[in-house]
Design a protein around this ligand. Structure first.
Ligand SMILES: [Zn+2]
Ligand SMILES: [Zn+2]
Length: 338
């Protein structure tokens, strides 16, 4: 299973000289490239230790989300619109923020955009950006091995939610510690969110989604809490998890047939453009995670809009020639033209 990435093939859309403080953020990301030298340890696997606190929390969350589903007919239309807004906003905190910006350094974001993304990220409550990016870099570097936090070779359930219900495999922790995270440590916004993560989640994920419908259009606190906070949170979580589970199992492999990640349009639709996963694991530094621009890719539309407003710059993109050469060399022949 390999991911042969040619950093020389990266083209940068916008470039300007770097200020010294930007250097840490500008380092060429290599920790998201598959490490072919890693070998899983021989012998029996360490026993799986269930984290009961997480099992109970996730069970309660999903029961609460089902209750939220039942409450939908009794909620006002404004509450539904607000919940959808919170879903997309929080999803962008993961896709445009923790993923494409902070894990892969696929583009650069100015301070106001980084603040916006970190607020959205706290609303998504999927661990702070620092931890998310560390786990995600390990996922790319040691994909489908013991050192991959959501190793899809352990099945759909494990890669979807199971990995959050058990203690991490020791190799995930060991390899995570060895990553260069200096760029994240140098980002004051990332470290600020890490320091105040719990209160920021309480405010952004639970209090604000509940209070706004109650205060502004008189929704009941029960409806607002179970629909705009709990149901919205659980659905966004599951749609994100589908990238780790479904998009590592179902779909074509037009760019590299030797790796598990697939092109899955349903996941792309549900996860704001993150389902073009064979492309993404082949070219992890492409800010669009796909060669098809805005097609089923709300996150790329968002980043391009931020570029238009001058809040994002230096989007990394793979050239058409490199993509063509790569799919002819390692693809499964299923490529679509657009
Ligand atoms: Zn993946
Ligand atoms: Zn990624």
């Amino acid at each position: 299973m390999t991911s042969r990435v040619t950093q020389a093939s990266v083209t940068t859309i916008q470039q300007k000289p770097l200020a010294p403080k930007e250097v840490a953020a500008d380092r060429v990301m290599t920790d998201d490239i598959f490490d072919e030298s890693y070998r899983e340890k021989e012998g029996p696997k360490p026993p799986m230790k269930i984290v009961w606190r997480n099992v109970i929390a996730m069970s309660l969350l999903h029961i609460g989300a089902l209750y939220g589903l039942i409450l939908i007919p009794s909620a006002s239309f404004s509450t539904w619109v607000w919940s959808m807004f919170c879903s997309y906003f929080s999803a962008l905190g993961v896709t445009a923020g923790a993923h494409r910006l902070w894990s892969h350094r696929a583009y650069k974001a100015k301070l106001p955009l980084r603040i916006l993304l970190v607020l959205a990220n706290s609303m998504s409550f999927q661990n702070d950006v620092y931890e998310w990016a560390r786990d995600h870099r390990v996922h790319h570097k040691y994909s489908e091995t013991d050192a991959d936090p959501h190793n899809a070779s352990r099945g759909f359930f494990f890669s979807h939610i199971g990995w959050l219900l058990v203690r991490k495999h020791p190799d995930v922790i060991e390899k995570g510690r060895k990553l260069d995270l200096s760029d994240l440590k140098a980002d004051k916004i990332v470290m600020f969110q890490r320091r105040f993560y719990k209160p920021s989640v309480l405010l952004m994920c639970f209090i604000m989604p509940t209070v706004v419908p109650w205060y502004f259009w008189g929704e009941s606190l029960k409806n607002a809490f179970y629909i705009s906070s709990i149901l919205r949170y659980a659905s966004t979580l599951n749609l994100t998890w589908l990238v780790n589970s479904a998009a590592h199992m179902y779909g074509n492999r037009p760019y590299d047939k030797s790796i598990n990640p697939r092109e899955n349009l349903l996941v792309a639709f549900g996860a704001c453009g993150e389902g073009f996963h064979n492309y993404h694991h082949t070219f992890p530094y492409d800010y669009s995670t796909s060669e098809f621009g805005w097609q089923i890719n709300l996150t790329t539309f968002f980043i391009d809009s931020m570029c238009f407003l001058g809040l994002a710059t230096s989007c990394r993109k793979v050239s058409k020639e490199v993509i063509l050469a790569r799919r002819l060399r390692t693809g499964d022949g299923s490529h679509r033209s657009g």
